[in-house]
Design a protein around this ligand. Structure first.
Ligand code: GYE
Length: 352
């Protein structure tokens, strides 16, 4: 088993060139800053590499057909299906220009890492990835960088830096999403509110940031009290299970539920119904499924902030901009609606 120290010795002796060193270090999962420190005292590794795949190059390679590989994280809810369909539809409409393939990590981080490696081995021109969990996917993105393949991260991010470790993050402002739910609850409820929180998948960017954004607002208000929070894995079954546990512990005490996505909110509603809880429970959620927007219009759910899964058109557009030699911003921001009783009925068609 080669260790990073061995690589360091080899490059110092001149037995490895810089490119080989970067590639080998990436294979070991060594952080880019550690690699940079060895190479040139911490300067940008992408600059040190022969190519600069995290920026639009001065001369974009011209090809008749570009291979695009999309590493999907899982297909466990309608949001993921909508995203997968959107990508497939758009790229398959442009078969003359793009050969599109995708793979599914089936909720396994290790599988997603090896799926990204498969795309590297296939020498695709572009890798599009939605990192299931942000930290473990950093090494996979680094490997693509070392292989000079531009990576576009969509919907979720790895923990590297956009514009440096990968081309861009295309996605929503998760902190703002959580904050919007918080603001609605502050403005539209009165008196003491005991609440429970259904977290998205542990280690996933939207779970981390939706929590942060919400708490930034709610924690300033002493009348809100968090009874409990737990990972419901962004699924209906997960949300229902977690909510059942909360109900058996806190029952009628629960005044509000904050769910990091619609599926878990639906699961929570099912759990409340089957427990026979009929009191008014405020529900705040994120995603914007059509049937969730309808539930907001009907008053069953208080507020839903959109997180649009239709990434096909914007990803296609961004890759085209790259190919046209345009500078890509580190963050291509997706803008979201906030659905409330006042506007939901007229916005149902913006859902998926
Ligand atoms: O909210 C959820 C999905 O990463 C933004 O993941 C996405 C989230 C979305 O499973 O429903």
């Amino acid at each position: 088993m080669v260790r990073f120290n061995d690589l360091e010795d080899l490059i110092k002796r001149g037995d490895l060139n810089r490119g080989e060193f970067i590639r080998a270090a990436a294979m070991l999962g060594v952080s880019m800053s550690a690699v940079g420190a060895v190479l040139n005292g911490g300067t940008d590794v992408a600059d040190a590499a022969a190519c600069k795949p995290s920026r639009t190059p001065a001369k974009v390679p011209k090809k008749a057909n570009y291979k695009v590989g999309f590493a999907q994280s899982e297909l466990t809810n309608p949001w993921r299906t909508a995203e997968t369909d959107s990508m497939k539809t758009v790229f398959n409409q442009h078969k003359n220009r793009f050969s599109y393939t995708w793979n599914n990590a089936s909720s396994s981080t290790n599988k997603q890492v090896s799926n990204v490696e498969d795309f590297i081995a296939q020498k695709v021109d572009f890798i599009v990835v939605t990192p299931l969990q942000q930290d473990p996917l950093r090494a996979a993105t680094a490997k693509a960088l070392a292989a000079c393949i531009p990576v576009f991260e969509i919907d979720r991010q790895s923990s590297g830096r956009a514009g440096k470790d990968f081309v861009t993050f295309i996605g929503s402002d998760f902190v703002a999403q959580g904050a919007k739910v918080g603001h609605w609850m502050v403005a539209n409820t009165k008196g003491p509110i005991n609440y429970v929180e259904l977290y998205g998948t542990t280690g996933a960017t939207p779970a981390i940031l939706r929590r942060q954004g919400f708490h930034r607002v709610i924690d300033k208000q002493s009348r809100f009290r968090l009874l409990a929070g737990q990972d419901g894995n962004f699924t209906l079954a997960g949300g229902k299970q977690v909510m059942q546990n909360f109900i058996s512990k806190y029952g009628q005490k629960i005044d509000m539920v904050y769910a990091h996505n619609d599926d878990m909110a639906f699961g929570a509603l099912q759990a409340l119904k089957s427990a026979g809880i009929t009191k008014k429970v405020y529900v705040g959620t994120i995603d914007g499924q059509k049937k969730m927007i309808q539930a907001v219009a009907a008053g069953t759910v208080s507020v839903c902030v959109q997180s649009d899964p239709r990434f096909g058109p914007i990803t296609y557009q961004t890759i085209n901009n790259y190919l046209a030699g345009k500078k890509i911003p580190a963050w291509v921001v997706v803008h979201d609606h906030t659905y409330t009783k006042q506007n939901a009925a007229s916005l149902v068609n913006t859902g998926f």
